[in-house]
Design a protein around this ligand. Structure first.
Ligand code: AP5
Ligand code: MG
Length: 215
């Protein structure tokens, strides 16, 4: 299964993708995670990307397309994958179509996770992530048992640099202007599915699996 996960910042794309990996073993390709890894490693690509990410703007298409192109060629992508946070605009969606055609692949579907905008600010300002294993928490909706430490591996939890109120507002504007139109893009192709992203994480996961036709 080769799917694109669509949804606003904080809709729960990463949360649901991680559950799909745990249950079905499909690799998650998150351009946000790949970019944050480049920022942490201090590469020149990471330095360039950080200046856009800190402002809540999209990193240039050329940077992101190069990264995704390399990742899709890896062996673990042959059976399927979840694209999380990519594509982000129409140019990236068109480039993905070309890339997949050249690899003799096609998308099984695009799944939009829909959450009302008024719920997103608290999800994002409250998010905490484990430095070691990537497990996500939320200090308002799903806090760790011990403050600042991961329940699963005891790793330190961190807050993303772009989860500040002003940057979140910009990210939501960018989503509305550039990413939301992709819902129409995939609808026109006849492969759009959607689920409500409101409710408990497990309830949403059940709906995601059902909508994608997974057992
Ligand atoms: P990226 O990392 O993709 O961030 P995003 O799209 O803004 O989405 P998030 O990761 O913030 O949200 P999510 O939907 O994954 O939510 P999560 O599951 O974590 O991109 C970051 C930046 O990188 C961009 O701004 C851009 O600069 C750059 N970038 C990335 N991709 C790019 C591309 N293709 N092109 C150009 N630039 C790119 O959940 C959020 C919180 O909510 C967590 O705390 C979680 O525990 C909680 N939560 C989840 N589900 C629920 C629930 N059901 N109820 C209550 N809380 C919940
Ligand atoms: Mg994410």
């Amino acid at each position: 299964m080769k799917i694109v996960l669509l949804g606003a910042p904080g809709a729960g794309k990463g949360t649901q993708a991680k559950k799909l990996i745990e249950k079905y073993g499909m690799p998650q390709i998150s351009t946000g995670d790949l970019l944050r890894a480049a920022v942490s490693a201090g590469t020149s690509l990471g330095k360039e990307a950080k200046s856009y990410m800190d402002k809540g703007e999209l990193v240039p298409d050329s940077v992101v397309l190069g990264m995704v192109g390399e990742r899709l060629k890896q062996d673990d992508c042959k059976k399927g994958y979840i694209l999380d946070g990519f594509p982000r605009n129409t140019a990236q969606a068109e480039a993905l179509d070309k890339m997949l055609a050249s690899l003799d692949m096609s998308l099984s579907g695009a799944l939009s996770v829909d959450v009302p905008f008024e719920d997103l600010m608290k999800r994002l300002t409250g998010r905490r992530t484990c430095k070691s294993c990537g497990q996500m928490y939320n200090i308002y909706f799903g806090p760790p048992k011990k403050e600042g430490a991961c329940d699963k591996c005891s790793g330190d939890l961190f807050q993303r640099d772009d989860d500040k109120e002003a940057t979140i507002k910009k990210r939501l504007e960018v989503y509305t202007a550039q990413t939301e139109p992709l819902i129409g893009y995939y609808k026109n192709k006849g492969i759009l599915k959607s689920v409500s992203g409101t409710g408990s994480i497990d309830e949403i996961f059940n709906k995601v699996c059902e909508t994608l036709g997974l057992q």
